[in-house]
Design a protein around this ligand. Structure first.
Ligand SMILES: C[S@@+](CC[C@H](N)C(=O)[O-])C[C@H]1O[C@@H](n2cnc3c(N)ncnc32)[C@H](O)[C@@H]1O
Length: 280
């Protein structure tokens, strides 16, 4: 069977907007729409506000253009489903030459990220950390599209760690475009993650000025982020570290509360993937 070229298909969809909107605007609107719909999968007090933001972006496009956005997200889902070992949006960003808009911003090639993650696992006590805390955490304070964290997830899986339950991902980027790419990819790969938009030198996470996005798997595993809290303590059977608390997961209970057109699919290896519902 012929292999699908998802990047090419994505570009074909983007080209439909040509002459009416800039690629940069379409890319950013695509990221915002996708991030908002992924965040709204989890019911919460911010749902209405997110829905309003979604509609205001969507309504700035003509009807025939609107249909392209879910198709574009569908291609990202398919690409990551076919090969989770890649920074699909990051490489698409370069493929579309969008880094020119951000003064030559450059993301690390995936194979280098993979190599660097393997080094992280080479005898630095990840197993001890797992035993002590029941989870490990990883932080990229200049996350770009999330290549380093995606590689870390895949390498953790290779080392027998279920990253969907046992790893907490923290990501931050000063550039909102980059942070949104990271949020979308970590969401689709089922990483429990907090993605913060903000300057990690002046306002490192957790800072009250950070714009914070939590993935569905962060909520499903009942991680809790407590601003201002640092260090590690144990109280009432709950563990905290670096302002992050986990109370253990209850995935089945929360799964049925998914909304929108997203669903969770389980792969042959038991790995869950956030997918768009198939039209029947
Ligand atoms: C070279 S890219 C690396 C991205 C990603 N870690 C990777 O390896 O693909 C550097 C990233 O750092 C971000 N950045 C630069 N200064 C920053 C700051 N002060 N706070 C947060 N992010 C910053 C940029 O927006 C850019 O996305």
């Amino acid at each position: 069977m012929e292999k699908k070229d998802y990047k090419k298909e994505f570009c074909t969809l983007m080209d439909k907007f040509a002459f009416r909107y800039s690629r940069w605007q379409v890319w950013n609107d695509f990221l915002s729409l996708s991030a908002l719909s992924l965040a709204n999968v989890m019911p919460g007090p911010e749902n209405d506000e997110r829905e309003k933001r979604y509609l205001s972006i969507m309504n700035s496009y003509q009807k025939e253009d609107q249909e392209a956005f879910p198709k574009m997200l569908g291609l990202v889902v398919l690409a990551l489903e076919e090969n989770p070992e890649q920074d699909f949006l990051g490489s698409l960003y370069h493929y579309l030459n969008l880094q020119q808009e951000q003064k030559g911003q450059f993301f690390t090639p995936y194979h280098i990220c993979h190599f660097m993650s393997e080094l992280q696992f080479a005898g630095d006590g990840k197993e001890t950390q797992m035993e002590e805390k029941g989870y490990i955490s990883v932080n990229d304070p200049a996350c770009g599209a999330g290549a380093m964290l995606i590689a870390f997830a895949n390498v953790a899986k290779k080392h027998g760690i279920n990253y969907q339950k046992q790893v907490l991902f923290i990501a931050q980027d000063i550039d909102r475009t980059a942070a949104m790419m990271c949020y979308i990819q970590l969401s689709l790969l089922g990483c429990p993650a907090i993605v913060a938009v903000g300057d990690s030198l002046a306002k490192p996470f957790p800072h009250p000025d950070n714009e914070v996005w939590c993935t569905l798997f962060y909520h499903l595993n009942q991680w809790r982020f407590m601003p201002g809290k640092a260090g590690r303590e144990t109280a009432d059977g709950r563990e905290t570290a670096d302002g992050i608390e986990t109370t253990g997961g209850s995935m089945e209970r929360t799964m049925i509360r998914l909304s929108g057109n997203m669903e969770l699919l389980e792969g042959a290896d038991g790995q869950l993937m956030l997918c768009m519902e198939q039209a029947s």
